[in-house]
Design a binder for this molecule. Structure first.
Ligand code: C5P
Length: 236
């Protein structure tokens, strides 16, 4: 799948950050065909939501499993194989070389794509130092992006602010998936470094991950449609 062949609607990934399966199913029904791609993360996965991956995939939707795996290579590989059998499209792993290598090898022969998280966006240079790292955030992000590319990782999760620079580093082959998206006029919440859908696309994002601006909208379907419209405009 080359980035240029992705339809504008498939570029919107709605994060199902909801407390349980019933709430998720109600939101999915409400969004109908306005959303084709969903993200399932810790909250829903650990509340019984993993079977939704297979259910959504059988219904023709794409699913991003955001479980940010990191363990010894063998354990990562077995986990990746299990997620691949669910029919997921994207799975996140932390950007450590052993982990990325194991994940890429284990997804071979399936449709699953591996996304690496370079450095969590809640970390600044002081946090990295406190965790024992020598490099600051921008150097570590760059080093891990290069390692990810060398190891055959399919894409990177990054803040929209990092997208332009990472695009220069990794070229067009890797897919850039960016959360931290806020359409103009929508509450920012706890996100610090945000961009509108149009600006994030212009910065080089392939996929936009959006949670609360859709989930908490008075009309979630309309909110999703208007983000897709902004993506269409940005690509024109
Ligand atoms: O509600 P909101 O649009 O802020 O949701 C963004 C989604 O993207 C959440 O599921 C969040 O966990 C995820 N995410 C993020 N920032 C990152 C990485 C992931 O907000 N740096």
């Amino acid at each position: 799948m080359q980035p240029s062949t992705i339809t504008p609607r498939d570029r919107l990934i709605v994060a199902l950050d909801l407390p349980g399966v019933a709430a998720a199913e109600a939101m999915i029904a409400r969004l109908g065909d306005s959303v084709t791609f969903y993200k399932i993360g810790y909250q829903l996965a650990y509340a019984g939501g993993l079977p939704l991956v297979r259910q959504l995939a059988s219904a023709g939707k794409k699913v991003f499993v955001d479980l940010k795996l990191h363990d010894i290579g063998n354990t990562v590989a077995r986990g990746v194989e299990s997620v691949a059998t669910l029919g997921a499209t994207f799975l996140t792993v932390h950007g450590y070389p052993q982990t990325m290598k194991a994940a890429v090898e284990a997804r071979a022969g399936s449709d699953l794509k591996i996304l690496a998280v370079t450095v969590l966006t809640s970390y600044d240079d002081n946090d990295l130092h406190a965790a024992g790292y020598r490099l600051g955030v921008s150097d570590l992000v760059e080093a891990r992006a290069r390692q990810a590319q060398t190891l055959g990782v399919d894409g990177l999760v990054c803040s929209p602010e990092e997208a332009a620079r990472l695009r220069q580093i990794v070229g067009r082959q890797m897919q850039l998936v960016t959360p931290g998206i806020r359409p103009a006029g929508v509450a920012v919440g706890d996100q610090k470094r945000i961009m509108t859908p149009a600006r994030a696309m212009a910065a080089g994002s392939d996929y936009l991950v959006v949670g609360r601006p859709v989930l908490e909208a008075a009309d979630p379907r309309e909110a999703a449609d208007s983000i897709v419209a902004e993506i269409v405009q940005a690509l024109a």
